[in-house]
Design a protein around this ligand. Structure first.
Ligand code: HMG
Ligand code: MG
Length: 263
């Protein structure tokens, strides 16, 4: 087990994206700046997605402009296509350490519901994003949703996780996050999904992103640590959910992960 863990705080993005009431940009900025002040070194700030699909993230430019830009912190934003990447690029120069996230799915049905295209089409859309990011010195993180279960398809096999991992790696993803989007994973199930990804990618750039619907997220985090995984996404106060994954509850709480990791 690694003696160091890197956490990406996703509260301001995953934590808020499904909130029905629009959260003011100033509150989102506080939710980015305050965790950064605690020593978290990676923060997911917002999404450059369609405001019609996710109205809560429509203030992405205001958030990016208003937040602190600490040189020791890597800030990441979701970019599902070139339109999103071009919008994210407007902020490139303000961040020493900038990352875009391309987010695919191991489930065809979830891919359609979440980003309105098939898995194959999503890879075609992500490829130019990855190329452009690299050309601008921006890191490319891939995330795969529904790696254990899907709200539309039910159980997801590890083969599908391996397949999407291979595709994302082929187009240049530099990191693969394994997401249990609806929190149906158990320790052994998430290990199988992680093992599928580890067939194609080294342990140092594979992460766990666990939602906590059945109270398994902390156990799943420990199960991932036991495989040697040391990168995780979590959310302060366990905020989180996805507008296209009904029933999904929050992410594992950042403070719970930190508490568990202390000797
Ligand atoms: P689409 O409708 O197929 O896109 O949406 P399109 O290319 O056909 O364009 C239609 C309209 O959207 C056009 O505008 C475009 O300009 C606009 P119009 O001419 O009609 O006025 N458009 C955009 N606007 C802003 N930013 C963009 C963009 N792209 C097109 N980037 C799209 C495809 C991906 C955009 C849409 O499906 C979308 O925005 N989906 C939202 C997905 C999302 O944010 N989901 C939640 C995050 S993923 C998640 O939470 C899971 C994760 O936490 C891991 C886990 O737990 O599993 C990461
Ligand atoms: Mg999530």
């Amino acid at each position: 087990m690694s003696d160091f863990v890197r956490i990406v705080e996703v509260g301001a993005r995953d934590g808020l994206q499904h909130e029905k009431t629009l959260v003011p940009a100033a509150t989102k900025i506080a939710l980015i700046d305050r965790p950064a002040a605690t020593g978290l070194r990676s923060i997911e700030a917002t999404s450059f997605v369609s405001p019609k699909w996710v109205p809560q993230m429509a203030d992405n430019h205001a958030v990016m402009q208003g937040m602190a830009r600490l040189s020791g912190v890597r800030y990441s934003v979701l970019t599902p296509n070139m339109k999103g990447f071009d919008a994210a690029l407007a902020h490139r120069d303000q961040f020493a350490n900038y990352e875009v996230v391309i987010f695919g799915s191991a489930s065809e049905a979830f891919s359609q519901k979440n980003i309105n295209c098939s898995i194959a089409e999503s890879i075609e859309r992500f490829a130019p994003v990855a190329d452009a990011a690299k050309a601008h010195g921006i890191k490319v993180r891939g995330v795969i949703s529904c790696t254990v279960g899907c709200p539309y398809e039910g159980d997801i096999s590890a083969d599908k996780v391996a397949y999407v991992t291979e595709k994302l790696v082929a187009i240049g993803a530099e990191h693969i996050g394994i997401a249990d989007t609806i929190g149906v994973g158990t320790p052994r199930k998430v290990q199988k999904a992680l093992e599928a990804t580890l067939q194609h990618f080294g342990i140092d750039e594979v992460s766990g992103h666990f939602h906590d619907t059945y109270g398994q997220a902390l156990s799943n985090t420990l199960a991932a640590l036991e495989l040697g995984v040391w990168n995780f996404q979590s959310s302060v106060a366990g905020l989180g959910g996805c507008p296209y994954a009904k029933g999904a509850t929050g992410n594992v709480a950042t403070e719970a992960v930190v508490y568990m990791l202390n000797l």
